[in-house]
Design a protein around this ligand. Structure first.
Ligand code: HEC
Length: 168
């Protein structure tokens, strides 16, 4: 996003706790009083910034624009929006706080199904650095993201595009 928009959104975020601002630009539910849509598949910019801020450092300081670019490496196998289909890999909506290997209707490897932890930023960081060594026997054919900053940014991007779970 443009810097000015980001600053405006940040200012808004600061005010959010007291005033509940930030609903005006994105979601169309305004003075007409239309009820909010039941599916929360399109987070507003203010919601995205709140999600970003909910992450532990250094993820909370991530560059979301770079994260979006890095996610291009995942797009051939993963969708992000709520209800979007599984592809080679599972849909990643709600992945933060979700137990690994539990997206319905996706046929995981035994390694991922029996991993026994919930995804958070730190687990994702280890997974994305080198999926093969982090969880031997998994079937994600992806070499990993060697650059620490790229991992930080794509993890934060994932959180802002898929996450309402309170846990980072
Ligand atoms: C070539 C296809 C492919 C690419 C590219 C890929 N993935 Fe995956 N991903 C998979 C597959 C397949 C699985 C399921 C692995 C298993 O069951 O062992 C998976 C699983 C995952 C999971 C675990 C989901 C869950 O429900 O437990 C996460 C998180 C994930 N991928 C994130 C990413 C991210 C982020 C990227 C890009 C940086 C990426 N993947 C790139 C195919 C891919």
């Amino acid at each position: 996003m443009r810097l000015s928009a980001r600053l405006a959104a940040l200012a808004c975020l600061a005010a959010l706790a007291v005033a509940g601002c930030g609903q005006n630009e994105q979601d169309g539910a305004d003075a007409t009083g239309s009820p909010p849509a039941p599916a929360r598949s399109a987070p507003t910019e203010a919601e995205k910034l709140a999600l970003l801020a909910s992450l532990p450092a250094p993820y909370s300081e991530a560059d979301l624009e770079n994260g979006r670019r890095v996610f291009a490496r995942c797009r051939s196998c993963h969708t992000l929006p709520e209800g979007a289909p599984n592809m080679t890999g599972p849909n990643l909506w709600g992945v933060f706080g979700r137990t690994a290997g539990t997206h319905p209707d996706y046929n995981y490897s035994t390694a991922l199904k029996s991993a026994g932890f919930a995804w958070d930023a730190e687990r994702l960081n280890e997974w994305l650095a080198n999926p093969r060594t982090f969880l031997p026997g998994n079937k994600m054919s992806f070499a990993g993201i060697p650059d620490e900053t790229d991992r930080r940014d794509v993890i934060a991007y994932l959180k802002t595009e898929t996450g309402y779970a309170p846990e980072g």
